[in-house]
Design a binder for this molecule. Structure first.
Ligand code: SF4
Ligand code: SF4
Length: 72
């Protein structure tokens, strides 16, 4: 069992709350991309280390993040 974390990147406002809330420190801004608002959106850098705690999704003020369980 693993987890898949996806971002609706166009809605990210770059507030950094998700990055700060992740106990595994596996979220970061995507410096290679800008969304339509000119923001480097948050992304997951190491999906394998996600423990599915849900903190990032709960804390995001704009409901940008979806966390799903995936079967191996
Ligand atoms: S679900 Fe938890 S461990 Fe996974 S990216 Fe979000 S905050 Fe980090
Ligand atoms: S908490 Fe939401 S809006 Fe803020 S940086 Fe993370 S994904 Fe973007």
């Amino acid at each position: 069992m693993g987890f898949k974390v996806t971002f609706n990147s166009e809605r990210c406002k770059g507030c950094e709350i998700c990055i700060a809330s992740c106990p595994k420190k596996i979220l970061a801004f995507d410096k290679a991309h800008l969304n339509r608002s000119g923001i480097h959106p948050a992304m997951i850098v190491n999906m394998d280390e996600c423990i599915g705690c849900g903190n990032c999704g709960m804390m995001c003020p704009d409901a940008v993040i979806t966390i799903e369980k995936v079967e191996d």
